[in-house]
Design a protein around this ligand. Structure first.
Ligand code: IPM
Ligand code: MG
Length: 351
């Protein structure tokens, strides 16, 4: 198992170190190859996705990713911005299927800003399309209008085949869960998502055992707060999925708990926590490494078929939470919070 390790910026190196520690503790035969990405890569090479990093990721069996970005990079021209490193990597590796589970651990129900009775037992999977939509659509840019002012423009677009392949991922995932798919769109306003809805409806006939429903994205944002447990699998486009998955993370108490997998057509994947680089707490060793450790568990499951090891890692995380280990983001008022390495060590001991 050859794993490219792209720690990136901000808290990235701190949390990735704990995930590597946990993976090593499993005693499997794994090789870890570090490489630069994001702002760290721009600083060193002028490119947020250097050719050597891309080549390593293509050759590796899976990519373990930290986070990219930071305020010091915000003024750079877009091609050099850290986020471009991640977006290009997703595109170059064909990682079109982004799985973002939101699971509530019983001990953390009180950490959510929502009432415990609303979120208790939550088990939701957001399937986000990751290589299309307004994120990648052309044309885009900032242009000068005849009247002298500037205009910004981006293009939302989805082809039928793009919708169908992410739809299949969602229906297949639902078959392993509660067999319900909610497709999220804005078909009342946007042609792109009208087509999205039509294709999802066609596809549903191939999955008679799965119930498909449709929801407008504004309503979905509201329903996630009103009654999140109504959802099993949510499938949506790149931008809506970006927004809804951040929202869903807070149902679980902290964005510091949510892992993700970004998969290509053959199950090769990039695994990253859904939170960002958190520049405000970078270097302080207080970040929560659990989302990255849970991402490593997804890697074992989806890229390596190591269901047993994935389960061990997930159970170790559940155990440290049950034992009362908390980082600052998930500590209730008055509860003692430990730092990043101590949380990683607790997971290793639980293993
Ligand atoms: C995410 C992030 C990225 C995205 C950024 C860092 C480009 O917010 O993975 O959700 O918008 O996809
Ligand atoms: Mg996001």
């Amino acid at each position: 198992m050859k794993i490219a390790v792209l720690a990136g910026d901000g808290i990235g190196p701190e949390i990735v170190a704990e995930a590597v520690k946990a993976l090593r503790a499993l005693g499997l035969s794994m090789e870890f190859e570090p490489a630069l990405v994001g702002g760290a890569a721009t600083d060193a090479t002028g490119d947020p996705l250097p050719a050597a990093t891309l080549a390593l990721c293509k050759a590796a069996d899976a990519v373990l990713f930290g986070a990219v970005g930071g305020p010091q990079y915000d003024a750079l021209p877009r091609p050099q911005r850290p986020e471009q490193g991640l977006l290009r990597l997703r595109k170059e590796l064909g990682l079109f299927a982004n799985l973002r589970p939101a699971l509530i651990y019983p001990e953390l129900a009180a950490a959510s800003t929502l009432k415990a009775e609303v979120v208790a037992g939550l088990d939701l999977l957001i399937v986000r399309e990751l290589t299309g939509d307004i994120y990648f659509g052309q044309p885009r840019g900032i242009r000068r209008l005849d009247d002298g002012q500037r205009e910004g423009f981006d293009t939302m677009r989805y082809s039928e085949s793009e919708v169908r392949r992410i739809g299949r991922v969602a229906f297949e995932a639902a078959r392993r869960r509660s067999r319900r798919v909610c497709s999220v769109d804005k078909a009342n306003v946007l042609e792109t998502t009208q087509l999205w809805r039509e294709v999802m409806t066609e596809l549903a006939s191939e999955y008679p055992d799965v119930a498909l429903s449709h929801m407008y994205v504004d309503n979905a944002a509201m329903q996630l707060l009103r009654n999140p447990r109504q959802f099993d699998v949510m499938v949506t486009g790149n931008m809506f999925g970006d927004i809804l998955s951040d929202e869903a993370s807070m149902l679980t108490g902290s964005i510091g708990m949510l892992p993700s997998a970004s998969l290509d057509a053959d199950g090769k994947g990039l695994y990253e926590p859904i939170h960002g680089s958190a520049p405000d707490i970078a270097g302080k060793a207080v970040a929560n490494p659990l989302a990255t450790i849970l991402s490593a568990a997804m890697m074992l499951r989806y890229s390596f078929g190591q269901e047993e090891a994935a389960g061990r890692l997930e159970r170790a995380v559940a155990k440290v939470l049950a034992q009362g280990w908390r980082t600052a983001d998930i500590a209730a008022p008055g509860e003692r919070a430990v730092g990043t390495p101590a949380m990683g060590d607790a997971v290793v001991r639980a293993l």
